[in-house]
Design a protein around this ligand. Structure first.
Ligand code: SF4
Ligand code: SF4
Length: 429
């Protein structure tokens, strides 16, 4: 029997403890390739380097010193971090998590991403500064200047990423959720977590959640929380993600009895993942565990505290797109479907490939616009095939992407967050 020496040798010691853990994980990949036919970026491009197997082997080669970081960057940066590959992998190789680590290693090696790193570490943790800057940027949107610049091709000329961002954010809210909802008292039942999407992009989602909580008779309020850390994790700046997580943990410890309710599944998954951010720091890990275990995605909350929706007047044909961070990171698959089954008057049609990423991926839709569009186009075609008039989801990133691809496809189908539909028909039990 011949043994592939690659499988038993470990030529170069990985640099950090985190890399060492990564190396152990990546060694579980037996290169069977079963995951490739599920990976949205592989399906969109047919490029092995953009498949889970290709990414894992690229990461392994980099850790072993057989590859230059610049040759690995595209493979890592184009991963949507969706997690479908792990769900079908017999060895459960955590490719999405490995890619966050891999991105960090590449950026550290290249000394790249300075301005973005500054933004993640110094602006995002300061809500007054971050939200103030966003409101200034929104002036361009409200006055129509950014749309004009887009139409003239100026944004594309500066960067296709700017063009994609302008197209994805279809409107600019005048007030953020932080300004609209009351602050929590010390012994509230629920702290309504201010995820960036519902806070700064689609406050109507947070208002729908707040309405539901009111109907349920739940004492709730917001706290002085900041971004959950997902952008840092996705970008490969894990220290930025830790800075934000620590800040949030300190705030949320002030409400020791409260459930932390999160109405964006991407943030809910991240908050639940905070303990993993502190694998080498037992003190912060314990604090993160204590807070994370109180976190609930709104999909879970509504399953535990059902609403009487008998007065709902909705009569649409509805389909549902699973946010990857709900389905793969939190295992929330039956919950949204059960919730929709409780809405009288709607006709529910299952979306073909509902389990496939839409190409949103947080800031991915701005950072990798070409692949994001290709992945999103397939989603739009699947939505059209259902004949639905309404598509629902549970993350703002997905919502922006769905609206953008539906607009591009000149579709009449409307996209909403699931709480927006449920809030309309909510009556107390
Ligand atoms: S990640 Fe899993 S499914 Fe994919 S090639 Fe490796 S072992 Fe096979
Ligand atoms: S996380 Fe998603 S995009 Fe990344 S390798 Fe896995 S399936 Fe492909």
């Amino acid at each position: 029997m011949t043994v592939d020496p690659d499988l038993i040798s470990r030529p170069a010691a990985p640099g950090s403890k985190a890399e060492s853990r990564s190396y152990d994980d990546v060694m579980h990949c037996n290169r069977c390739g079963f995951c490739t036919s599920f990976c949205p970026t592989y399906l969109a491009t047919g490029d092995e380097g953009l498949s889970p197997r290709g990414r894992n082997q690229t990461w392994r080669a980099l850790m072993e010193g057989r590859l230059d970081p610049s040759d690995a960057k595209r493979s890592f940066d184009t991963c949507l971090l969706c997690g479908i590959c792990t769900s079908v992998c017999f060895a459960q190789v955590p490719t999405a998590r490995l890619m966050s680590q891999a991105r960090e290693t590449v950026r550290n090696a290249q000394g790249a991403g300075g301005p973005l790193r500054f933004f993640l570490r110094h602006i995002l943790p300061r809500p007054t500064l971050f939200e103030g800057l966003l409101k200034i940027l929104y002036v361009g949107k409200k006055t129509g200047v950014s749309r004009l610049l887009n139409r003239w091709g100026v944004l594309r000329w500066i960067s296709p990423r700017l063009e994609a961002a302008e197209e994805a954010v279809d409107r600019a809210p005048t007030s953020f959720l932080r300004d609209l909802l009351p602050a929590a008292e010390k012994y509230v039942e629920v702290v309504h977590f201010l995820s960036c999407g519902p806070n700064c992009v689609n406050p109507e989602i947070g208002l729908a959640t707040a309405h539901i909580l009111k109907v349920q008779g739940v004492r709730a309020g917001t706290a002085n929380t900041v971004c959950c850390g997902l952008p840092g994790q996705s970008f490969g700046d894990l220290e930025a993600a830790r800075i934000l997580a620590r800040k949030n943990i300190e705030v949320l410890e002030n409400y020791p009895q409260a459930t932390i309710l999160i109405d964006d599944s991407s943030c809910a998954a991240t908050v639940k993942e905070w303990p993993r951010f502190f694998e080498d720091d037992p003190v912060w890990r314990a604090r993160a565990e204590a807070v994370s275990r109180r976190a609930k995605d709104v999909l879970e909350w509504l399953t535990l505290r059902p609403l009487d929706l008998s007065a709902s007047s909705e009569n649409s044909v509805v389909t549902y797109h699973d946010a990857c961070k709900a389905r793969y990171a939190q295992g929330l698959v039956t919950e949204p479907r059960r919730l929709l089954a409780g809405v009288p008057g709607i006709e529910y049609r299952e979306l073909p490939e509902a389990d496939q990423c839409c190409g949103g991926g947080g800031t991915y839709q701005f950072m990798q616009p070409e692949i994001s569009k290709a992945v999103g186009q397939r989603k739009a075609e699947n939505i059209a095939a259902t004949g639905a008039t309404l598509v629902l989801t549970s993350s703002v990133s997905c919502l922006l992407q769905l609206r953008s691809v539906l607009r591009k496809a000149k579709s009449k189908v409307q996209a909403f967050h699931i709480v927006e539909l449920l809030a309309k028909g909510a009556k107390p039990l």
